[in-house]
Every structure is written in structure tokens, then in C-alpha cells.
Design a protein around this ligand. Structure first.
Ligand SMILES: *Cc1c(COP(=O)(O)O)cnc(C)c1O
Length: 383
């Protein structure tokens, strides 16, 4: 069994045209703040149907800048989904805000609008909703809550480029949508991220903040023949280099194909898993299409914690790169030290106990998928 190749849960695909595009930039005049940045932003905006897209150095930087552009600061509260990668919550901490964790729905694993509504206070300023595994958030009900209380919606769509909600692409709906181009995500730039918005004013704010709070960039000053620049606020160096953006461009052109492959794999997983007891896949409501960054299942039944560990270990021993996404954020030491009690979001904790991410990426083929399901089946049977 272990003589078979290891199947990762996800990984990048880099082809000759990706390499050539990066080499072209290396041989050009502009390694950073050059033409590839704007081109990547433009094509990405078109892909997700947004007015504006601002490229940044990571998905985490995208979330941080969205917080700043939304005007979130010390003393504010930000409601964040409990079942996510830590970066979704950390962004609120970077600007000194208090994170208020909201529980999830036990079937979609998405932040539950009822839970959010119950947590709104006069101090609430923003909501960070996560498109877990690629499934678009409850954007309609969340918009109603946000509008009633004048809140900004920041959608963490690190898992969801190409996903749709009621026919609209993710990236065109929330006030700010953050994407990640880490190698395990849909498309990669090495490290990298993007913020999309429909607000021109917000796009200007994001552009200034990603480059020290200076409104003009080096290339535009060169073009105008001036050395003058003015820092008007405290910004960062969160720029994405042209080498990264060139890679992003070639990757982006393959994304429709890759997404179709992911969707095919997800449909096939669902068929193969349908007859296996104690396996609950993520429920996809009829009004949306997932981008399937992950294929999470929830193991149910007796002794879930022990069983999930045993299944994880058996599958790893079979050369299957299963993983777990995610430990509820407030159970991490940093958040425990801030005083969040365990038991805070009981559904998130209960779901987490049985969660397992099966391999999901466009390089996975049917025989590999069959191996995953066979391994899972025998692991669950305790063999
Ligand atoms: C990957 C990821 C991020 C962070 O993205 P980076 O590009 O690694 O900074 C944030 N949120 C979620 C849900 C992610 O999966």
C-alpha cells in the first residue's frame, strides 16, 4: 500500500508557460510596480466581476487592508466566523479591534446569520465572513444585518475564486472581498493576495495603504518627471511584485479549467461517499456554486474525536494527504490568552471534532480519488 505515491490534499500546478512568463519579467525593466501588476488586477477583476481589484503581498495583507479601508480601529468589534484560518480573525487584531466569534451552521459549515445578528452591539463595525472550502457565505441575510446596523462586510474568499451566489460571482458582492494566492489555493503567485471592491474611493484607499500611505507610485513619478511624493497616512509595503503578477496572469487563465475539474471531482466524491455510513459532506445550498478549494467531510456517530484521529492516521499511513480545516480560531493559545472560553461556539467545536479534508486539487485523477475513498472506507471500518 505505502509503495503507492503520496496524494497531497492540495498543491500548485506550474507549467512551462508559467515559468516563461516569470522569466520574461526578470528580463524586463520592471520587477515591481510595473505593467504586470495592473494587468493582473484588471484580468482578476474581470474574472470575479468586480469594479476594482488591488493586488497585495498575501491574503492576510488583503484582509488587513480591507479592515483599514473599512475604518475599523481600536474599540470596535468585528464579528468573525469561528471555523476559519487564523488570519481571518488576526486582521481585526492588527487594527486593535475586538474579535467576536460567531458560530456556524452544522450542515454548510458557514457562519450562521442568526448567530451574527445576536452578536451585534453598538460597537460592531464589520463582519468577516468566510467562504469555507469554497462555498459562498450567506451573503443575502448578512447584507440585511449589515444594512440594518451600518456594518461593512469583508468576505474572506481565499477559498472561493470562481464561486457564485445567486448567479453573482464572489468578489462582486461584499464591500470588500479578499483572495489568497498561496500555493495551496486555486491559483498561486508564490505568496500574494487581492482585494476587490465596487467603491472607487475604497480602491484609492487600498492602493495608498499598500504602499506606505503614499498616493503616487514610483513609475507614475518617473513618467511625470518628478521626485515629489507625500505620505498622507500610515501605510505598509504590501505590494505584489511583477514577477508574482506575471505568474498570477498565466495561472488565472487556467482557472476556469481547473475549477471545472474541481467541480467534477466534488460531484464524484459525493457519489462515491453516498453509501458510506457516518460521513457527512458539506451541504451546498441550491442558490450557489462552490469553488471547492477543499472537500471537507464530517465524521459523525460515536466517539468522533478518537475515530477522526484513527481515520487520519490510517489514511496518512496509506499515503493519503488528509488534513483538518480548521480548529476553531479561539481555541488557539493566542486567543485563549485573550480570555475566550472553550465552548464559546459549540457547533463549530462539534463539527471540528469530526472534520477531515480529503485531497482536492485539479491534478487529482479518478484512480487517485478511488484510492482515497477505499482508504477512508477501510479506515472507518476500523481495519
Ligand atoms: C489562506 C487563507 C488566508 C491567508 O492567506 P495568505 O495568502 O496565506 O496570507 C486567509 N484566510 C483563509 C480562510 C485562508 O485559507
Amino acid at each position: 500500500m505505502t509503495s503507492q505515491p503520496f496524494i497531497p490534499y492540495g498543491r500548485q500546478i506550474i507549467e512551462d508557460d508559467d515559468v516563461a512568463a516569470v522569466v520574461d519579467v526578470l528580463n524586463s525593466n520592471w520587477l515591481t510596480t510595473g505593467p504586470a501588476v495592473g494587468q493582473f488586477e484588471e484580468e482578476f477583476a474581470k474574472y470575479v466581476g468586480s469594479e476594482y481589484a488591488v493586488a497585495v503581498s498575501s491574503g492576510t495583507a488583503a484582509l488587513h487592508l480591507a479592515m483599514l479601508a473599512a475604518g475599523v480601529s481600536e474599540g470596535d468589534e468585528v464579528i468573525v466566523s469561528a471555523l476559519t484560518f487564523v488570519a481571518s480573525a488576526n486582521a481585526a487584531r492588527y487594527v486593535g479591534a475586538t474579535v467576536v466569534f460567531a458560530d456556524i451552521d452544522p450542515n454548510t459549515f458557514l457562519m450562521a446569520p442568526d448567530a451574527v445578528a445576536a452578536l451585534v452591539t453598538p460597537r460592531t463595525k464589520a463582519i468577516v465572513t468566510v467562504d469555507y472550502a469554497g462555498l459562498p457565505s450567506e451573503l443575502g441575510p448578512l447584507r440585511a444585518i449589515a444594512d440594518a446596523h451600518n456594518l461593512t462586510i469583508i468576505e474572506d474568499a481565499s477559498h472561493a475564486p470562481g464561486a457564485t451566489y445567486q448567479g453573482r460571482p464572489v468578489g462582486s458582492i461584499a464591500d470588500f472581498t479578499a483572495f489568497s494566492f498561496h500555493p495551496v489555493k486555486h491559483i498561486t503567485t508564490g505568496e500574494g493576495g487581492m482585494v476587490t471592491t465596487q467603491s472607487e474611493a475604497a480602491s484609492h484607499a487600498l492602493r495608498a495603504l499598500r504602499s506606505h500611505g503614499i498616493a503616487s507610485d514610483f513609475r507614475s513619478r518617473e513618467a511625470m518627471g518628478t521626485w515629489e511624493y507625500d505620505q498622507v497616512e500610515l501605510g505598509f509595503n504590501y505590494r505584489l511584485a511583477d514577477t508574482n503578477c506575471a505568474l498570477g496572469l498565466t495561472q488565472l487563465r487556467k482557472q476556469p479549467d481547473w475549477l471545472a475539474k474541481r467541480r467534477g471531482l466534488a460531484a464524484r466524491y459525493k457519489e462515491l461517499l453516498a453509501s458510506i455510513p457516518d460521513v457527512q459532506p458539506q451541504l451546498v445550498p441550491a442558490d450557489r456554486e462552490s469553488a471547492w478549494h477543499l472537500f471537507p467531510i464530517r465524521i459523525t456517530g460515536e466517539n468522533v474525536v478518537e475515530r477522526r484521529r484513527a481515520v487520519f492516521e490510517t489514511m496518512r499511513a496509506d499515503g493519503i494527504g488528509v488534513n483538518v480545516h480548521y480548529r476553531p480560531v479561539y481555541l488557539h493559545t493566542y486567543y485563549q490568552n485573550l480570555g475566550y472560553p472553550s465552548g464559546l461556539c459549540p457547533v463549530s467545536e462539534e463539527v471540528y471534532d469530526g472534520l477531515l479534508s480529503l485531497p482536492m486539487w485539479p491534478g487529482l485523477d479518478a484512480p487517485a480519488q478511488d484510492r482515497v475513498v477505499a482508504s477512508l472506507t477501510s479506515a472507518l471500518a476500523g481495519q
